[in-house]
Structures are given as structure tokens and as C-alpha cells.
Ligand binder design. Structure first.
Ligand SMILES: NC(=O)c1ccc[n+]([C@@H]2O[C@H](COP(=O)([O-])OP(=O)(O)OC[C@H]3O[C@@H](n4cnc5c(N)ncnc54)[C@H](O)[C@@H]3O)[C@@H](O)[C@H]2O)c1
Length: 325
């Protein structure tokens, strides 16, 4: 039995789906502060908060949990700068409660959802795992702190962990059952689709004067299904092989904001209204991952992370969710 914290969220719910397909049993632990109960398509369900150590230990004992996949977190960069206290309490203190519950119940395996935000400004591209970690916002800071706690708990208490540093998760379940629904939404793909279908007046390009071929920022988008699949590989590795590792998860190819908009227009057949705005502080021109390490060591291969597949699956989901089509 696998405990999936944050399993009612965008990536966690996709992970539950793929774990079920691969024969794992799951129990989701989520407080629904940002997630949706109906996104949890299978397995057991506990509504609870990471702040409640007894509820965590209770769920682990009741369902005979053997390993944990830890998605639950607050994950908005801007919000983290405005409300740092909440981010440290939720992402760091909440994570410590989870580790304590694991130690109390004898569970020693955990896969952690980390982020490209641990790196900060890129010093070299593509970004490899050995790149310096200098987060430029509170959110990235909380992820780095928890990675360091995991390192320490591995040394002192024998916790076996793998930390997956995601770049930009995008796309939806290829079968159309689940997908992205954040409020507020800050991710480019759903924002562009909202603009295409008139749910927002336009999409703002934050800076069109970057040193990139079309002047807009380049990011590495990885399909949520490919991301979810990596967690199954990580769980398998924790059972058998060496652990205490950090892996990037990206597609290795970057797309600019304008390329994402063009792909949305192609896939939807609709015009995306665009407004050019000023650069946002702390937005690097390019962020592209090297995922060679996880490809080599765990055999991960992105299979649906090309931009048009990302857009096509996201569009099918988006229309169903927000237009009932
Ligand atoms: N979406 C991305 O592109 C991306 C990129 C890098 C890292 N990540 C990380 O991946 C994880 C999942 O991201 P997501 O996009 O699915 O986010 P999400 O907000 O959709 O899901 C997070 C889930 O955690 C739950 N949660 C939050 N705090 C909780 C608490 N204290 N107790 C119990 N449940 C709690 C929320 O209700 C939600 O269901 C996060 O840890 C995030 O930091 C996401």
C-alpha cells in the first residue's frame, strides 16, 4: 500500500491513476485545500492535514502503508513571497510531521516532489543535478530545506528517499479523466487555453525582449503522465537499489511562450488574444533540464512530452471541465 499525500492535486491524482494501473494499492491523504476529491479515481481516501501527525500515523497503520509519495505542498511562487510563514509551516513543518509518522510506524521509503525552483538562476544549461542550488523564492527554499532534511534523516534514521525535481508539469490524462484545475491558475498552458476559449480576455506575455529567438521566455514542459510514471520507477528503485538520489524531470527541450501560444492555436483552431507586458522580477530567460541521470539510472523516458501532445490532452480536458464538452 502506497500513501500518496496531495493525491487529490494535479500531479498526485495522475500518479494514483498510474500506480493503480501498475498494480499498486494506494491511500490518498489530502486536506483538499487545493485539490479535488473527484480527481482521486481509485484506492482509499483520507481527508487530513499534514499538520496532524496522529492522523498521518493512523492512516499509515490502518492501511498497512509500506512507502510514501509526498506531493502535498503549497506551490505558488508569488504567494510564497507574500505568505512565507504558511509555506514554511505547510511544506517544511508538515513534511517533518510526515517523516515523524513514518519513523513511528516503521515506514522508511519516500519519494519527494521537489522542483526546478531549488536551482534559482541557471548558471549553465541544460541544468544538471549538480548545478548549484540557490533558490530565489520562498517556495523553492522550502523544497531545498526539505531535501536537506531528507538527507539528514537518511543518515541518522535510515530513511530511504528519492527526490524528483520537476520542471513545468503540463498536459492532462490522455484518457481525459483528470487534469489541471488550480485556483488561482498560474501555469501557462491552462492560462493560454482559458484565453483561447474566452474564459479570460487575453494572455499576458511577461517580457518580449529576452535574449531568445522570439524574445519570450523558454521553459521545459513535461507531460504529467510522464512525470507520474517516474514515481513508479522511483518506488521500484527504493525497494531494490541505492537511494538518497536527486533526479531532474524535464523533457530536455525548451519552448518559448510564443511557441506555446502557437501550439494552442493549432490544436484548438482558436485565436489566442495576447497582450505584451513587462518582465517579471526573477524570471530567467531559459530554464531547460537535463534528465539524463534519471534516464540512465532508472530507465525513465518521456513518451508524451512533445508540445502538441501536451496541448492536445490539456485541451480535451479543459473543454470538458470548463465547457462540459
Ligand atoms: N505543477 C508543477 O508544475 C510542479 C513543478 C514542480 C514541483 N511541483 C510540486 O509537485 C507537487 C504537486 O503539485 P501540483 O501541481 O499537483 O499541486 P496541487 O496544488 O494541484 O496539489 C497539491 C495537493 O496537496 C494538497 N495539500 C496541500 N497542503 C496540504 C496539507 N497541509 N495537508 C494535506 N494536503 C495538502 C492540496 O489540497 C492538493 O490536493 C507539489 O509538491 C509541488 O510543489 C509541481
Amino acid at each position: 500500500m502506497i500513501l500518496v499525500t496531495g493525491g487529490a492535486g494535479y500531479i498526485g491524482s495522475q500518479c494514483v491513476k498510474i500506480l493503480t494501473e501498475r498494480g499498486y494499492r494506494t491511500v490518498v491523504f489530502d486536506n483538499l485545500s487545493r485539490g479535488h476529491r473527484e480527481m482521486v479515481l481509485s484506492g482509499e481516501w483520507v481527508q487530513g492535514d499534514l499538520g496532524d501527525g496522529d492522523a498521518l500515523a493512523g492512516a499509515i497503520r490502518r492501511y498497512g502503508v509500506r512507502a510514501v509519495v509526498h506531493f502535498a505542498a503549497l506551490a505558488l511562487v508569488g504567494e510564497s513571497e507574500e505568505r512565507p510563514h504558511e509555506y514554511y509551516m505547510n511544506n517544511v513543518r508538515g513534511g517533518l510531521h510526515l517523516l515523524d509518522a513514518m519513523l513511528k510506524t516503521g515506514v522508511d521509503r519516500i519519494v519527494f516532489s521537489s522542483s526546478a525552483a531549488v536551482y534559482g538562476e541557471p548558471a549553465a544549461l541544460p541544468i544538471e543535478e549538480g548545478h548549484p542550488t540557490r533558490p530565489t523564492n520562498v517556495y523553492g527554499g522550502t523544497k531545498l530545506i526539505f531535501e536537506n532534511i531528507l538527507r539528514q534523516y537518511a543518515r541518522t534514521y535510515g530513511i530511504r528517499f528519492i527526490s524528483l525535481r520537476y520542471f513545468n508539469a503540463a498536459g492532462a490524462d490522455p484518457e481525459g479523466a483528470i487534469g489541471e484545475d488550480h485556483a488561482p491558475e498560474t501555469h501557462l498552458v491552462p492560462l493560454v487555453l482559458d484565453a483561447a476559449m474566452g474564459r479570460r480576455p487575453e494572455i499576458t506575455i511577461h517580457g518580449a525582449d529576452y535574449d531568445t529567438p522570439d524574445g519570450t521566455c523558454i521553459r521545459d514542459y513535461v507531460h504529467v503522465r510522464d512525470l507520474a510514471a517516474a514515481h513508479v520507477l522511483a518506488l521500484d528503485r527504493l525497494e531494490k537499489g541505492p537511494c538518497g538520489e536527486f533526479y531532474n524531470l524535464g523533457s530536455g527541450s525548451g519552448f518559448s511562450v510564443r511557441e506555446v501560444i502557437r501550439s494552442a492555436e493549432k490544436v484548438t483552431g482558436l485565436k489566442v488574444p495576447v497582450k505584451e507586458g513587462r518582465r517579471r522580477a526573477g524570471d530567467p530567460a531559459r530554464l531547460v533540464a537535463s534528465s539524463r541521470k534519471i534516464e540512465k539510472e532508472l530507465g525513465w523516458k518521456p513518451v508524451c512530452s512533445d508540445l502538441d501532445t501536451i496541448m492536445d490532452t490539456a485541451w480535451k480536458w479543459h473543454r470538458r471541465r470548463f465547457e462540459g464538452k
